[in-house]
Design a protein around this ligand. Structure first.
Ligand code: H79
Length: 466
């Protein structure tokens, strides 16, 4: 399976020289780890040929001022939780006794399961342990400011009570209750922003598009256009009218969504004036508010709003035997790398059929949360810096403050920091604010000395320069 087409375009161990570029701290996918090299600092360093296209156009006719106001919370938030959940998790990544490689939410297509058979999953989808308050708490503890949950994935199953199909949680499962409503309420209560993922074109059970060739005659009953009109459009309307003000709509996948088809969803901003949409509604990824690198980190700022979404192991949906968890250190380094390039990080969890976020995921998120409790001022509301990424880590800026985010701690207690345009008088270790650090300015460089021998934080140690 080819996880990332992008990995093919990478060169190995190249150093990145132009301003505002950072090291691409990439997700460890099989495809990438094969190609990625090590730098002298021991970190993986990959120069990825990115294909993030042009800036999403935003909303037609919207002023820059209005767009900035609408994007404000999202640009400050920087870190969110993605939740992939649905009846496919019942299969736990296996069909007829055989493991099916790849993303577990793709199992129906990969194993070519007939609709009638796949629908049996829903009869066993009974998440009695579902505790949306606890989920919102887990996200909040990790320092995540928003959440995006699959309202409908490519299998077409609606996680809400849809009037246009029985292929939904209320009609097709023993659980019988809307799964989205209590999560929206829990998020609002805990001040976590909430958005819905909606697969608007691909739909393997209701007759929508399929990226892989259709495998069941029952899928061919209606055309794509009829599908959009009878299922996708009314369902998006249900989502935008049944849950109060939503913060985001996360479209996926734009394959056959030519302009005329995307226009069917022009009612979205009319119904929800402040909602933020990603760039995956329309083919060519021209519409929307932000770009969406998937399981991949660009190697430089993109010049527009963007968000990397990423799995914590190798699957979006739950798969008990996928134990390739990224370490919390890696995830923290990813977060810092992304934020240093002006992006957001949407990190995925895949709850079980019973309704629990896997303990292994919670453990990683707790560790990230511990780091965030000390260092989050270098994450929220920050921007890119004017400097290229140094050997030892990343720069992140907030006004006149520069955060030196150090992942390769200097053995000699000395660190060279770019300082052109700033006038720093104080350096503070966020993890140890009372530690004395000496500053010596020389030209466009600041030298910090007297740093502790051991890194206060093994993932990323943040030094605030004011
Ligand atoms: O929801 C997650 C994925 O299921 C979804 N987007 C993220 C957020 C996604 N849909 N399509 N894709 C990702 C890319 C398609 C990958 C594919 Fe394949 C390559 C489809 C067929 C070949 C991987 C391998 C998935 C199935 C087989």
């Amino acid at each position: 399976m080819k996880l990332l087409t992008l990995a093919l375009g990478m060169t190995i161990g190249t150093s990145i020289s132009s301003a505002e570029q950072g090291l691409a701290l990439v997700a460890e996918s099989p495809a990438m780890s094969k190609l990625s090299g090590k730098t002298s600092s021991g970190k993986k360093q990959v120069k990825a040929k990115t294909k993030h296209g042009k800036a999403p156009a935003g909303r037609p006719g919207e002023s820059a001022e209005a767009r900035n106001a609408r994007m404000k919370w999202w640009r400050e938030a920087r870190f969110g939780m993605f939740i992939h959940w649905g009846p496919s998790v019942v299969l736990d990544g296996a069909y007829k006794g055989k493991k099916v490689p790849g993303f577990s939410e793709w199992i129906m297509a990969k194993a070519e399961i007939p609709i009638a058979e796949y629908k049996e999953c829903a009869k066993q989808f009974n998440p009695v342990k579902y505790d949306p308050e606890a989920w919102a708490q887990i996200a909040k503890n990790a320092g995540m400011k928003y959440m995006v949950i699959t309202a409908k994935h490519h299998d077409g199953f609606a996680m809400f009570d849809s009037a246009v199909t029985d292929w939904d949680v209320v009609d097709a499962t023993p659980y019988g209750k809307d799964l989205l409503k209590p999560l929206v309420e829990a998020c609002r209560k805990q001040d976590v922003k909430i958005g819905f993922y909606y697969s608007q074109s691909q739909d393997w059970c209701n007759g929508g598009e399929s990226r892989l060739k259709k495998w069941d005659p029952a899928q061919k009953n209606i055309s794509n256009d009829e599908y959009l009109k009878t299922i996708a459009v009314p369902q998006v309307r249900e989502l935008l009218t049944g849950y109060g003000d939503l913060d985001m709509l996360w479209w996926d996948t734009p394959g056959k969504m030519v302009a005329e088809r995307a226009e069917l969803f022009n009612f979205v901003p009319e119904l929800q004036p402040s909602i933020i949409e990603n760039n995956r509604l329309q083919r060519g990824k021209v519409k929307g508010d932000f770009g969406t690198p998937e399981n991949e980190i660009p190697d430089s700022a993109l010049g527009f709003d963007w968000e990397t979404c990423m799995t914590l192991n190798g699957s979006w949906g739950y798969k008990s035997y996928d134990k390739k968890w990224k370490s919390s250190d890696k995830v923290i380094q990813n977060l810092v790398g992304i934020v240093s390039m002006g992006g957001n990080y949407l990190l995925n969890v895949g709850p079980t059929a019973e309704g629990e976020i896997p303990p292994a995921s919670v453990k990683i998120l707790d560790e990230i949360g511990a780091w965030m409790k000390v260092n989050s001022e270098a994450i929220y509301g920050t921007t890119t810096s004017p400097f290229e990424a140094p050997e030892w880590g990343r720069y992140i800026r907030k006004g006149n403050t520069l955060y030196a985010c150090v992942s390769a701690w200097p053995a000699d207690g000395t660190l060279s920091v770019s300082s052109k345009g700033f006038s720093f008088t104080k350096a503070t270790l966020l993890a140890d604010p009372d530690a004395a650090i000496n500053l010596e300015a020389k030209g466009e460089t600041l030298t910090l000395t007297g740093l502790p021998e051991k890194a206060p934080d093994q993932s990323v140690t943040v030094i605030r320069l004011k």
